[in-house]
Design a protein around this ligand. Structure first.
Ligand SMILES: [Ca+2]
Length: 259
């Protein structure tokens, strides 16, 4: 009897140990940057739109729309379409370090949440920045978060992307505790990660019957709650060919409780 009880206890302890291991999240979807030729065309059309929009032809407007809609990153950052940001926002972005400014370029943490794919955060410690982090603070009242989108590496050009290191694994901290590990692909573009926790099947079924979400989102959407943080810590990188610095061009969010 005792032996069986002990075996059961050991099995339960092993299960508990497994449960404590962090969940790995793979990208739900990825989208590559347009080719350099298409980006050149895009920049020219954008410049013309800013300076002399009245001189643009119908065909040029159509082409600009076509390029933007062909790239999820360009659509997300520049289109102004409805999104989680219609009601949600990040209160503050901070980082454990950042690379010193070089000429007219800076590498501040805010660059990783400025809706500009060309500006970047680069960590500023010797080596590849393992253990360095970006921290996003949200108000208690902020609509809840379900997804994070990451433009990993210096996505502005293929050359800059290859030259600098890109995160391979990121540890996410939620409410100050390790929450999950993101396994990033080594692509020049954007990748989406679902950060929600699914409800157990019986509860999920009940939630769906009640027209509620079958998952737990992040945050509160409650003005009486304190502000909260999501931290993204570099665990492992894909090394750059020229520089050790690890770079993130943009990291932005999607969620619920909006519209
Ligand atoms: Ca940026």
């Amino acid at each position: 009897m005792k032996k069986i009880a002990l075996a059961a206890t050991l099995a339960m302890a092993a299960l508990a140990g497994q449960a404590q291991e962090l969940r790995h999240i793979q990208p739900e979807d990825v989208d590559l940057m347009p080719s350099e030729a298409v980006m050149k065309e895009y920049y020219a059309l954008r410049a013309k739109e800013e300076k002399e929009a009245d001189k643009m032809t119908e065909a040029e407007f159509q082409r600009l729309t076509e390029i933007m809609e062909g790239s999820a990153l360009l659509t997300d950052l520049y289109s102004g379409y409805c999104s989680w940001y219609c009601g949600g926002d990040v209160k503050r972005v901070t980082a454990s370090s950042h690379l010193k400014s070089q000429g007219r370029f800076n590498y501040l943490p805010q660059n990783a949440h400025d809706f500009d794919h060309e500006s970047v955060w680069a960590e500023g410690v010797p080596g590849q920045g393992i253990g360095q982090w970006l921290d996003y603070e949200f108000e208690g009242a902020c609509p809840r978060v379900t997804h994070v989108s990451i433009a990993s590496g210096h996505v502005k050009t293929q050359a800059a992307w290859e030259a600098n290191s890109r995160p391979k694994q990121i540890k996410v901290y939620y409410l100050g505790k390790p929450y999950a590990i993101l396994d990033l692909q080594d692509i020049r573009g954007v990748q989406w990660f679902d950060l929600t926790t699914p409800l157990p099947p019986a509860e999920a079924k009940k939630a769906e019957e009640n027209n509620e979400y079958p998952f737990i989102a992040l945050g509160y959407h409650d003005p009486d709650k304190p502000s909260w943080h999501l931290r993204f810590e570099i665990m492992e990188v894909y090394p750059g060919t020229k520089y050790e610095d690890t770079v993130i061009s943009e990291l932005y969010f999607d969620g619920i409780d909006v519209h």
